[in-house]
Design a protein around this ligand. Sequence first.
Ligand code: ATP
Length: 348
Amino acid sequence: MTVPPAVETRNLTKRYGDVTAVDGVDLQVERGEVFGFLGPNGAGKSTTLNVLLDFVTPTEGSATVFGHDVREERAAVRERIGVVPENYGLYDRISGRRHVEFAVELKDATDDPDALLDRVGLSPSEAARPTGEYSTGMSQRLALAIALVGSPDLLVLDEPTSGLDPNGVRRLREIITSEAADDTAVFFSSHVLGQVRAVADRVGIMNRGELVAVDTIDGLRSELDIGARVTLDVDDSPDVTFADDAITDVTVAEGTLRATCLEPGAKLRLLDRVRESVSVTDVRIEESSLEDLFASYTEADAGGEADAGAEADVGDEADAGAEPGGDGATAQTNGTAATESGSVEVDG
Ligand code: ATP
């Protein structure tokens, strides 16, 4: 018997009057997978997550969590799931610690509330305060502590970074990574693309209710053919032709060879090939960023531009040289670090 995925939706559709919030979405999130859900405001992310939590009833289609229908088997779903919803209701006069204690009792769990509060970075004195006095980030941390009660097999997090300071974001990232290592699936929506890139195994991009792309970030890059721009400084005009589908847009001018590489390995092949005929004195690599991918999938009908090579280059090097297949080796050859352009978040 095949094991059902953590989340599966089939033709999931939700209409509010004339507005189709979610339009025929087929989606799977596997066990132990970190799945980042992206899309512009109003794309349908929260509505999709709220269907899983049975806060919203689909107009058509279905959703299951570990094979349990979210409507018919609500209790079975609730047992396996931990949630940070968009609007979590906290009781203003009750302390953070008491909230966690309630959650432990409700789930019939054995968690130590203090350990959970410590894990999300709420100190004992903060935890003792009524939540009416909490800042946005403190409330978000508390909501995460509550979601972790009972060691859920699926965490559903709607914008979990909202209001968090960079330390909180880093802590969240560590929690997501360690939960996933324990085979917990994490399905989270976010506008913080740097955060998504850092933790997600796969991403799904929603636009106007439709799931317009699902893949790894590398997969999306190659699907879109926007790859990486590679610039080589050379001491002479290389005498080469490229019969390689993954190396495109090759130009040579004034001691500089430029090319687009559509997969990581193509960068090394390009370098090797050029070095057969000339010396390469420097290498620069500009990866298409998640921002570019996001724009490509979501801005087309909004009149925006979807070009690779983002302008907001603040030198986020989170991925530089870390990809399998060659960036690190390329950087060693020439001493120039690869940079990924485009991230503008402080993502801890
Ligand atoms: P954001 O990034 O802004 O949180 P989102 O991708 O989560 O956006 P949703 O909240 O799922 O988007 O909204 C999708 C669409 O459904 C929007 O057009 C929204 O106005 C509409 N919508 C959501 N909830 C309701 C509701 N209760 N009644 C009417 N329309 C709704």
